[in-house]
Structures are given as C-alpha cells and as structure tokens.
Design a protein around this ligand. Structure first.
Ligand code: PEP
Length: 249
C-alpha cells in the first residue's frame, strides 16, 4: 500500500507566535491516523516547528530551497541549512514559485537533484493552467513537466519523491478539480511514469492532489484509487478544517 499523506502548505502566513498557537492546536486535535501529516511553515518558523513537534508524529517540511550547497545567493536557503535543523522534506516547484518567481523546469530539476543527493524527500508540484485544460493540452503539459523535472533520475531516487498534482486553476481559487478529473490525471501520471521507468515505481510513488481541498470535498477526492492524499493551502491554516481533511483520508 502507498503512503497516504496530508500536507499543509502555510505559504507566507503566520508569525512565530501564530505558528506556535496553530501547532499546539493541531497537536491537541490531531486525529488517530495512519496517514503522514506534514506542515510547511515559512523558513523563519521551521526551527520552532521542529522543536514544538519533537514528540509528535507531525512532520515538518520547507516550502522551497536553493540547489547550491552554499555561496552568494542572497535570500536563499540551502539543503544543509534545512537538514541542520532537522528538516528533511521540501516542497519544490510550487506553482507560486513558477508564476511569481519565474522558476522553470530546468531550475526545478537542479533542486530535485540536490534534494536526492542530500537524502531528502521532495514533494514535487506541477499542474496545468486553465488555458491548457480548456484547450485540451493538460495531459501533454503535465507529461512535459514530469519529464523535464524528473525523468533524468535514477530509478532508486523515486523512493524520495512525492508528487503533487496541482492544477493551477484550482489553487487558492475555490475552484476544485472534480474527483473524476483528479483520478483521470493521477492515473495518467502513473502510466507516464510506468512507461518511462517501471510499473513498480509508478505504483509506489505517492501522488497528492492539491487545489482548494476543503472539508466538504476532501473525502470524495481522497476516495479515488490513484489519489494518495492532498497538498492543502488555505484550509491548512484553519485547524478545524485541516483536522477534518486529515480525518477524510
Ligand atoms: C497549494 O498552495 O498548494 C494549494 C493547494 O492551495 P489551496 O489549497 O489554497 O488551493
């Protein structure tokens, strides 16, 4: 059975104090679950999150990192810095990194390589824009994104990969892909990986859905056979909503 994951991407939200409050509320209300629960606070609050979740099953991820070991990259964070505070999971390629900061697939591929080399788990985000879906190009866009970012990997590296299919038109918009649309794309992703690598890799890699998941739609989306959980933005900032989504898995 594949690992099921519910990951909260807190984006540029929550001060130190607010992070502490949200984490303690989440810990207190965390349901009994076999799913892996992950939170991704902003960089400056990662160390606090690691410390306050020391005896918790909740894991901590970063929202991004640079590919270089160190050096003249003002404002950036390295893998070593994350690992030094105990953070071994990183979200890479989020659509907001792509659209607001011009990150493209070739940069993502370098970040993926660094994460793999350092023994980290990388949650790789990708997904089509509204225009791609309207023109029927969503499968080819997703295939190209996967290929550019991941198809150079050694087969064994896939053990460190989690995929997050996030149609851009559904992120933070309130618009959600239907469970059928999510399943259709996840099955396509698995087939694409099976063709390029092996069916075993394709059947093992967790594929999360992201895009306006909320308590009202989580159970339907998670019920689909190729959906292994969710990457949750807005709803992960409200403890009761996030807990309800965790329960839905
Ligand atoms: C995200 O940012 O990864 C995301 C899915 O956001 P939201 O749930 O708010 O659409």
């Amino acid at each position: 059975m594949r690992t099921q994951i519910v990951a909260g991407n807190w984006k540029m939200n929550k001060t130190l104090d607010e992070t502490e409050t949200l984490l303690s509320e989440l810990s207190a209300k965390l349901p009994n679950t076999e799913a892996q629960v992950i939170v991704a606070p902003t960089f400056v609050n990662l160390a606090l999150a690691k410390n306050s979740l020391e005896s918790s099953t909740i894991q901590v991820a970063a929202q991004n990192m640079h590919f270089a070991e160190n050096g003249a990259f003002t404002g950036e964070i390295s893998a070593e810095m994350l690992q030094n505070i105990g953070v071994d999971t990183v979200i890479l390629g989020h659509s907001e990194r792509r659209s607001h900061f011009g990150e493209e697939d070739d940069l993502l591929a370098k970040k993926v390589d660094t994460a793999i080399k350092k023994g980290m788990t990388a949650i790789i985000c990708f997904g089509e824009e509204l225009g791609d879906r309207k023109s029927g190009n969503h499968f080819s866009v997703v295939e190209r994104q996967l290929k550019n970012a991941l198809f150079h990997l050694e087969p064994k590296a896939w053990a460190q990969i989690v995929l997050a299919y996030e149609p851009v038109w559904a992120i933070g918009t309130g618009e959600t892909a239907s469970p059928e649309q999510a399943q259709e794309m996840h099955a396509f992703i698995r087939k694409t990986i099976a063709d390029a690598f092996t069916p075993s890799i394709a059947n093992t890699v967790p594929i999360l859905y992201g895009g306006s998941v909320k308590p009202a739609n989580a159970a339907d989306i998670f019920s689909k056979p190729d959906v292994d959980g969710g990457l949750i933005g807005g709803a992960s900032l409200k403890v009761d909503d996030f807990v309800a989504i965790i329960k839905a898995i």
